[in-house]
Design a protein around this ligand. Sequence first.
Ligand SMILES: Cc1cc2nc3c(=O)[nH]c(=O)nc-3n(C[C@H](O)[C@H](O)[C@H](O)COP(=O)(O)OP(=O)(O)OC[C@H]3O[C@@H](n4cnc5c(N)ncnc54)[C@H](O)[C@@H]3O)c2cc1C
Length: 465
Amino acid sequence: MSGSYDLAIIGAGPGGYVGAIRAAQLGMRVAVIEADKLGGVCLNWGCIPSKALLTGAELVENLTRHGEIFGISTSGLTLDYGKLIDHSRKTADRLARGVESLFKKNKITWIRGRGRLAGPRAVDVEGPDAQRVEARHVLVATGSTEWVPDGLAVDGERVLTSREALASKRRPDRLVVVGAGAVGVEFAYVYAMYGAKVTVLEMASQMLPGADPELAEVLQREFRRKGIEVRLGTRFEGVERSVAGVRVAIASEKGAEALEADQLLVAIGRRPLSADLGLEAAGVNVTKRGFVEVDARGRTAVPGVLAIGDLVGGALLAHKASEEGIAAVEFLAGARTQPLDHGAIPFCIYAQPQVAWVGLTEAQARDRFGEDLRVGRFPFTASGKALAAAHSAGFAKILAEPRYGQIVGAHVVGHGATELVAELVLALTLEATTSEIAATCHAHPTLSEAILEAALAAEGRSINF
Ligand SMILES: Cc1cc2nc3c(=O)[nH]c(=O)nc-3n(C[C@H](O)[C@H](O)[C@H](O)COP(=O)(O)OP(=O)(O)OC[C@H]3O[C@@H](n4cnc5c(N)ncnc54)[C@H](O)[C@@H]3O)c2cc1C
């Protein structure tokens, strides 16, 4: 199995495995070193299993909150959270096996074990396939793991991160979630729809810190309507075991308080897995927070060593990791000249209402273009399709620079937002203008008409609002 490769990749997450397939397509001999299942956090403990849970939650909400409108009675409805977890785990396993077949199809060698850089062109592997792998280039794609405050003991029973939550069949009656970022918001929604009383704590003054505040306001309002309590400007101070479960110490402008719950879910961010990889010894620059420094082509300071994905920071998203993997190997093969446009990477949150955006927030766009910035909004209350589906919360907003109407940012909150954003990402990528969106025929009735209408609004010629 050992030998010399064109490319050795450490880590088979969406960055590493996608980069491996593209490299093989470009004619490289590729080995991927992965100790765990193929697919990384995304397929096994992130995007996919969490979306399986969210689909269940959405179904429950549709039946229990909206069912009556459609003549559906839910009396006698029972919810089995354990079965939901079974579905989620099966989906993840199926996809991980799918990556294995893609490796076979593309003649990529999977070396099972933990990799460590042994120099610019060598990786030492410990584990079932222990060996030294030699390669002309090494791509490090080891990703990230849950960030847990110092001293906080995650026991998987009372104190959990997303990792334990994705495997736990227990649905607590009362849950405190620390962090109203994407992960915290999605789990809060899942547990609440399956019957838990959920309180979300967020230190910042809005949910989804970094998102356009208008989106966060709608999300918070809708969460409140669903019975999910969101406490902003609230700091998590610590947790101790209590008779019933946990006692969570918090501090806000109201002072110090303690919340009783069955479980605590910590969702305050992720940290890169850059330790014990031999990076610094090889001369790779790593920031204080542990992110690997790379240039626009994914190259580190050491010739022959590249890095991508969560490990290099920026948006910690699967599609960003995959795009970086593709770009890095295309540059290596001389098959690309343009670096990845990090300004056109979409952000999606899959709770209900969904939230999605790409490009600048309104505040950032106003800083750049001043008061002449064109802003077009369209509320879902004016969308026939959204009303028919009984999902009328939310809106679409398009921001365009004043001279040509080129789109510089777009924001959607509401039903279907994470699918609708694709058109807007394409618009940013193609440097499209609002008049070009307006000139594109959108099928009726669809939610995508909200994008058309927001573009028309930015042009000052709304039709349906
Ligand atoms: C609950 C949750 C939900 C998420 N939902 C979404 C979502 O909906 N959409 C989205 O875009 N992103 C989502 N993410 C983020 C997404 O999962 C990550 O951004 C993505 O997985 C990063 O990909 P990566 O390839 O950089 O690293 P990872 O997916 O972290 O993969 C790294 C791989 O490297 C392996 N590895 C580490 N060290 C070594 C070593 N020394 N030797 C060999 N192998 C090693 C690991 O086992 C792992 O398989 C979610 C994350 C979480 C936690």
